[in-house]
Design a protein around this ligand. Structure first.
Ligand code: SAM
Ligand code: 2KA
Ligand code: SF4
Ligand code: MG
Length: 245
């Protein structure tokens, strides 16, 4: 059995500092640790290079010390929010990394679809749960989702972030928000031109994203859904589909 120091975490990329482009922490400077591998395969995933097994050889098994050396280098040793994303970061053993960073004054936010619950969710500072609407082609297992909520009870701040492409997705978002009335809800217009995994400078249809953003604002205001927040992916507006920003 390997000890905590030898635990291997499958990493797709570590980058930053940049700003968090989505949801509850939008605008906050952060370093991303993106893990490799996902139990979902959303039709419109914008991070297929961290999902599709075809990219597996680009994912590097790293120890906490190895990841931490890179986070420290990128942040200049000054504590900040570390964003854990993927792929599904919940399928990696991240408890040791979170403890290591906390001892050094860093904070941690994790993004996950809510399909896999881990005890170390309780140690996070922010848990962003992003259940997937019908357009993704994935079905939500609400029991698994509630296990995630259970693990995070009395722990991190929790927020819902739901991607919306169409009316069915919007209805799904409303239903999810009704189920969890205590959670803040962030609605995010889908990027219908997600990057092909191999292309760093893939074209993005900003006009199309803004059209969907305006449509979503109309829906929310017409429905008097005054608790919802509607936000675009700020990093996509700024840098398009570029990777590592
Ligand atoms: C790439 S995922 C990784 C973390 C985790 N697997 C999840 O889905 O929450 C990070 C966020 O990007 C969102 N996302 C992925 N593809 C998108 C797209 N084409 N347009 C808008 N948001 C997208 C996901 O819904 C999720 O909220
Ligand atoms: N700047 C920036 N913000 C983000 N928020 C969520 C991201 C993700 O891919 O998980 C992401 C990302 O890749 N870049
Ligand atoms: S769950 Fe997240 S990383 Fe996995 S395929 Fe869907 S959007 Fe991509
Ligand atoms: Mg992204």
């Amino acid at each position: 059995m390997s000890g905590a120091r030898e635990t291997q975490i499958r990493v797709s990329e570590i980058f930053g500092p940049t700003i968090q482009g989505e949801g509850i922490l939008i605008g906050l400077p952060t370093v991303f640790v993106r893990t490799g591998g996902c139990d979902y395969r959303c039709s419109w995933c914008d991070s297929l290079h961290a999902v599709d097994n075809a990219y597996r050889e680009q994912w590097v098994p790293m120890t906490v010390d190895g990841i931490w050396a890179e986070v420290t280098r990128l942040s200049g040793g000054k504590p900040l929010m570390v964003s854990l994303s993927g792929g599904n970061p919940a399928i990696q053993p991240l408890g040791g990394l979170i403890a290591h960073g906390h001892e050094r004054g860093y904070s941690f936010a994790l993004e996950t679809q809510g399909s896999v619950a881990k005890e170390w969710f309780a140690d996070l500072d922010v848990l962003v749960l992003s259940p997937k609407p019908p357009s993704s082609g994935m079905a939500t297992d609400f029991d698994a989702f509630e296990n995630c909520l259970g693990m995070a009870a009395d722990g991190p701040e929790i927020a819902l972030k739901i991607v919306v492409f169409d009316d069915r997705d919007y209805a799904y978002a409303r239903e999810a928000a009704t189920r969890y009335p205590d959670l803040p809800v962030y609605l995010q217009p889908g990027n219908h031109t997600p990057p092909p995994p191999d292309d760093d400078d893939a074209r993005v249809d900003i006009d199309g994203i803004m059209d969907r953003m305006l449509w979503l604002v109309d829906k929310v205001t017409e429905d008097r859904w005054f608790e919802a927040r509607v936000l675009p992916q700020l990093h996509v507006l700024l840098w398009g589909n570029k990777r590592g920003v």
